[in-house]
Design a protein around this ligand. Structure first.
Ligand code: NAP
Length: 310
């Protein structure tokens, strides 16, 4: 391991919409800013086929195009992006350190925009068959299921949006929801109800994903009648919400009961000089538009913090 001798004003961790916006604002304000992202920038938006509620794009655009535009925009103002995995943080004191798999970088402020990851079902067969028929990304894996029947678990906006997307490929989508009404917004509900290829299994949960080297089917249970059944399918898509990517900050920052980072309205965490934005934050609504606003606020608050602590 080697230690960089550079000292950043600000390090942004995570390259989704929150991180890229924070990076854009900070770089445009002439702060010496580095954004660190494990893979390439984009975050969960990359797994979104079509974004139709981001203001300014009335015809919608692909998640890929939106983040490419955000990245180009931030880099235009001088944001430096490093592709490395952050494995540790030193947050106490005015000078902080971000430890990556290649070394350690000093910084005076940090914006955490590490996002969230898909929630797992936690049932038998899920781990074994992940990547072999169990998927958390319809955009990535949908085309593999052309003319096959698939199961899709969940009833929120993501589940319903992705079920509609999968109608392009699958011959049938069995939407399995643990209640008898969807959580998704009415507009998406109406669209899904109009899709002949989507069959709803209400009050139902999966209890086991069956298969050895690939998905063969799902064991189901009706939670009201306790009746069990077997559904033969080639794929299982899971969209049951998200869990925060908080491994780096557990024990270092105040979190809510689920594990999302607590901040005030200025995106300040309980540690001075450390800010959080986007899906990692404890909040009501997780959207690209809310992530973008929080990224901008976090960068502005970080700038004020840096000015006051010089
Ligand atoms: P979500 O709103 O939390 O919905 C999760 C769904 O999974 C719920 O229907 C829930 O059932 C179900 N569920 C949770 N745990 C389960 C389990 N163990 N077994 C079976 N089912 C389970 O998550 P999301 O749909 O991913 O949305 C996350 C956020 O992103 C939301 O704020 C959403 O509005 C937003 N979003 C917006 C858009 C858009 O605007 N186009 C698109 C995608 C997501 P219950 O309903 O019974 O709780």
């Amino acid at each position: 391991m080697f230690v960089w001798i550079t000292m950043e004003d600000l390090i942004v961790i995570g390259g989704g919409p929150a991180g890229l916006t924070a990076g854009l604002y900070a770089a445009r304000s002439r702060l010496k800013t580095l954004l660190i992202e494990r893979l390439s920038p984009g975050g969960q938006v990359l797994t979104t086929d079509w974004v139709e509620n981001y203001p300014g794009f009335p015809d919608g655009l692909s998640g890929f195009e939106l983040v490419e535009r955000m990245k180009t925009h931030a880099e235009k103002f001088g944001l430096e992006i490093l592709s490395q995995e952050v494995i540790g943080l030193e947050l106490s004191g005015q000078e902080k350190a971000v430890v990556t798999d290649k070394g350690s970088i000093s910084t005076r402020a940090i914006i955490l925009a590490c996002g969230a990851a898909p929630h797992k079902l936690g049932i038998e067969g899920e781990e074994l068959l992940t990547g072999k028929g169990v998927s958390y990304c319809a955009t990535c894996d949908g085309p593999f299921y052309r003319d096959y029947e698939v199961a899709l678990i969940g009833g929120g906006d993501t589940a319903v949006e992705e079920a509609i997307y999968l109608t392009r490929f699958a011959s049938k989508i069995h939407l399995i929801h643990r209640r008898n009404e969807l959580r998704a917004i009415k507009l998406l509900q109406d669209r899904a109800m109009d899709e002949e290829k989507i069959e709803f299994h209400w009050d139902t949960i999966p209890t086991k994903i069956v298969g050895e080297t690939g998905v063969e089917g799902v064991d189901l249970k009706n939670v009201k009648t306790e009746k069990t059944s077997y559904l033969p399918v080639h794929g299982v898509f899971v969209f049951i919400g998200y869990v925060p990517n908080n491994e780096l900050v557990k024990g270092l920052l105040e979190l809510d009961e689920i594990g999302f980072v607590l901040t005030n309205d200025n995106m300040e965490t309980n540690v001075p000089g450390v800010f959080a934005a986007g899906d990692l934050r404890s909040k009501l609504l997780r959207q690209i538009s809310t992530a973008v606003g929080e990224g901008a606020t976090a960068a502005f608050a970080a700038e004020r913090y840096l000015e006051s602590s010089r």
